[in-house]
Design a protein around this ligand. Sequence first.
Ligand code: P1T
Length: 377
Amino acid sequence: MPGFDTLAIHAGQPPDPATGSVVPAIHLATTFAQSAVGEHKGFEYSRTGNPTRAALETCVAALEGAAYGSAFASGLAAEDAVLRTLAAGDHLVVGDNLYGGTHRLLAQVHTQLSVSSAPLSDLAAVEAAWRPTTRLVWVETPSNPHLWIADIAALAGLAHDRGARLVVDNTFATPYLQSPLALGADVVVHSTTKYLGGHSDVVGGFVATNDPDLAARVAALQNSVGAVPGPFDCFLVLRGVKTLAVRMDRHSANARRVADALAGHGAVGSVFYPGLPAHPGHEIAAAQMRGFGGMVSFTLRGGEAAALKVAGSTRLFTLAESLGAVESLIEHPSRMTHASVAGSPLAVDPALLRLSVGLEDADDLLEDLDRALAVVG
Ligand code: P1T
């Protein structure tokens, strides 16, 4: 089996047999000629299947160690497809820290499902939340925005013993740093908008699994609902994935420096980064991840007012939602990405800021944060 970096560059994208092109073509065609009714070269209609999308699906599935992969128009569209495989009345246990849009999808769209949240690092709490109708455990690890860590193998064991499946949102870790399927998870979902795309220029999502029945249902939903990414979007994610490994190494190194600097700053309350030995999930992260990633969160001693001031005072860290790209971003989860969880048990501390640490020179990033923190410190 070729190594990760080799798969990232070559899986699903050999040189084009017709032209020799070393990058996959952007196949804009919506439909494909048939030589006789039902006789074609594998593609009929681009919602059902498209060669550029097929290249992306083969590549990201290979990176996740999955036999099957389906690409979607956004991370939430990918999540929606997985949730649609459940029946009305089915129950899910989700983490008590979760992307706000996922909460909104569950609370406002999939109202036929019932949902409990629990701290997924605590297996007793997961057991306490269990019901006879529980069919799925849904975990982000590291979680958005708190960077809590859950033990994927332990959760998979617990879910499987009770006849349920484990879904891991691997957006923050990426397949370079974490392989949920190898740890026992049944499904991986991604917002490819983030590290896989990596350049803040494409929105996309992905579902990967080794379960043939589930894969067939997800592919059928992809075709029936039609939340598919366009060929140019697929090309952009494929292009991003080629450099995923080198980017994640640098994201992780820069984030580590940022986390260390914040941990020693007087204006900062708590720093959340799984690479810090004091992080409650550090040992599990060290065992199940190959690096700690580029996301760092921290609270301000001065509470929400201080957090808002700092968020508005950085220059290199751009104040914006999203994450996982080459440029550094800062955001205030409780008013921005997680506004939809306000008032729910998933509500985020208003003193919390989230950083997506990019690939700029780390010294410049530290200087920028130091200057911004001086406003409140
Ligand atoms: O934005 P979209 O591609 O639809 O992906 C949704 C999504 C799913 N899972 C996780 C862990 C996510 O972080 C996201 C999107 N998150 C942001 C936009 C954000 O700034 O947190």
